[in-house]
Design a protein around this ligand. Sequence first.
Ligand code: FDP
Ligand code: ZN
Length: 312
Amino acid sequence: MHAIASDHIPERLFPVIDALCATGIGVAGIIARGPLGQSLHHGVGENTGGDQQKALDVIADEAFEQALGPAGVRYYASEEQEGVLTLGEGPFALAIDPLDGSSNIDVNVSIGTIFSVFEAKDGAEESFLRPASEQIAAGYIIYGPQTGLAVTFGQGTLMFVLDPETQVFELAEEAMAIPEAAKEYSINAGYRRHWPGWVKSFVEECEAGVEGPRGRDYSFRWVASLVAETHRILTRGGTFLYAGDARPAYAKGRLRMVYEVAPMAMLIEQAGGLATDGKTPILELTAESLHGKAPFVFGCRDEVTRVAELHG
Ligand code: FDP
Ligand code: ZN
């Protein structure tokens, strides 16, 4: 019994995607029980990136680590582990943010798992520190009102939804298509005083609405789960910005290149959107270190193009 319908998934990658989905179903079950089960949001330490680890971060990481070796993953790079783990002899290198959006665990708001797949190279780290355009698959599982999977193999972005009755992910949308112009933009506006000029300018243009240079009204949205934000933008468009700012340790923003920015960029571009660091397409960039950050702007083409103009 598989956890996902096999049509539309390249045969070679099917075991990896199936293992991600089967594990995701387990994680979704733990999240759904919330406070009725084990405590999920209590702090259990810090990861190498200096982020507080919640119990669910560690539970999810252990579950994916166990499932992926037998599914063909040789190298496993996780937000929750300092170095790359060797899981087996398989042909793939998989990077993962096992539980994205941890600040939303205890408030019953959508969270997710993000993953990126490369062909494994001889070296463990070398398998991940390469151009983002070399990803052979990327996606996320969203744990929300529906449990869903967005995935790309480089030929469009597909959306699956977990059927709660059969416990199988079924295809819901074969070719996601992001509209060209946005009605919504997303940024953590609490940090406005730290933003660089081009970010301030873009947001001011959105706020000026129909009377401003963009000539249309925009609404503002911020969930604080990258997965939920990406899901909304894939579904109905929008713009997301998490650029570098003047706070200590935020020169390149907050999001990690290998297991957050690169996979989301591939999903967005495969759905007709754009993903940049403000100027340069993310897919042209190469991660410098396993846990390194990258400024990230993505969404509708017209908006991300406008951001690049303002970036100058
Ligand atoms: P979290 O650390 O809670 O896992 O992964 C980073 C992330 O969440 C993103 O999901 C989210 O977009 C962002 O951080 C929220 O950051 P701020 O708290 O700075 O808004
Ligand atoms: Zn994350």
